[in-house]
Design a protein around this ligand. Structure first.
Ligand SMILES: [Zn+2]
Length: 210
C-alpha cells in the first residue's frame, strides 16, 4: 500500500489515546483523498510549523492553533501546546483543554519545517494581540516567505482568547505587505473580506505601537 493510500484510508495509529503520525503519509495528497484526511494533513502540517517556528528546543509552549476536536458537536476551545527536540525525535503536541495529543515523526526537512538554516540577529520585538478570525486568515495565506510563515505559526495563544504575534517592526511591515498583495489578487469575495479585516487589524497595530 502506498503512503498516499495509507493516509487516505487508515487513521493515524492510536496508542493509549495518543495519535502517532508519520508526516510522510500526509505530504503531497492527491485530489481524490477524502476531505477529513486533507484536514488532518493540514492540522499536522500546522503543528509542525508551529513547533519549528522559533528556535526554542525542548520548551513546551501553547500556540494559537485551535484544537480540531468537536466534543458534543461543539468546537473544543483548547489550543495546541507543542514541544520539539532535535530530530529525529517526533514533535509532541497536546490540546490544553481536551488533552487530545500525539506525536508527529519525520518532520525534519519537510515543507513544514520552519527552522532557520542559519542564525540571524533579531531586532527589538513587540507583541500584537489579534483575534482568532485574523489569526485564521493569516494561517490561510498562500504566498508567505519563510520569515512571515515563522511569524504566523509562531503565534502564541493569548490568555483572554485570540493570538499574540511577536514581531519586529520590519517583520510586521512585511506581513502586512503579504496580506495586501494576497487580498488584491483574491477572487473569492468572502476570503478577500477576511484578508481586508486582517490587513486593517495589523495596520492599526503597526501604527499604534511604540
Ligand atoms: Zn481540544
Amino acid at each position: 500500500m502506498t503512503a498516499l493510500a495509507t493516509a487516505a484510508h487508515d487513521p493515524p495509529v492510536g496508542f493509549c489515546g495518543m495519535l502517532v503520525s508519520d508526516l510522510n503519509h500526509f505530504l503531497d495528497l492527491s485530489d481524490d483523498v477524502p476531505a477529513p484526511a486533507v484536514r488532518l494533513a493540514q492540522h499536522f502540517g500546522n503543528i509542525v510549523r508551529a513547533a519549528t517556528a522559533d528556535q526554542c528546543v525542548g520548551v513546551r509552549w501553547t500556540s494559537a492553533l485551535p484544537c480540531r476536536r468537536r466534543p458534543g458537536h461543539r468546537p473544543c476551545p483548547g489550543r495546541i501546546a507543542v514541544v520539539r527536540l532535535d530530530p529525529p525525535t517526533p514533535v509532541q503536541w497536546r490540546c490544553c483543554v481536551c488533552a487530545d495529543e500525539g506525536v508527529i515523526s519525520n518532520w525534519e526537512g519537510s515543507p513544514y519545517d520552519l527552522r532557520r538554516r542559519r542564525l540571524v540577529a533579531v531586532g527589538a520585538v513587540s507583541e500584537v494581540v489579534i483575534t482568532d478570525e485574523v489569526a485564521t486568515a493569516l494561517r490561510e495565506l498562500m504566498l508567505l516567505d519563510p520569515d512571515c510563515e515563522r511569524l504566523v505559526f509562531g503565534m502564541q495563544a493569548h490568555r483572554d482568547g485570540g493570538a499574540v504575534l511577536v514581531a519586529t517592526d520590519e517583520d510586521l511591515e512585511e506581513l502586512i505587505g503579504s496580506v495586501a498583495a494576497e487580498a488584491n489578487h483574491e477572487s473569492n469575495r468572502r476570503r478577500q473580506r477576511r484578508l481586508d479585516v486582517a490587513f486593517d487589524a495589523l495596520n492599526t497595530a503597526a501604527q499604534t505601537r511604540w
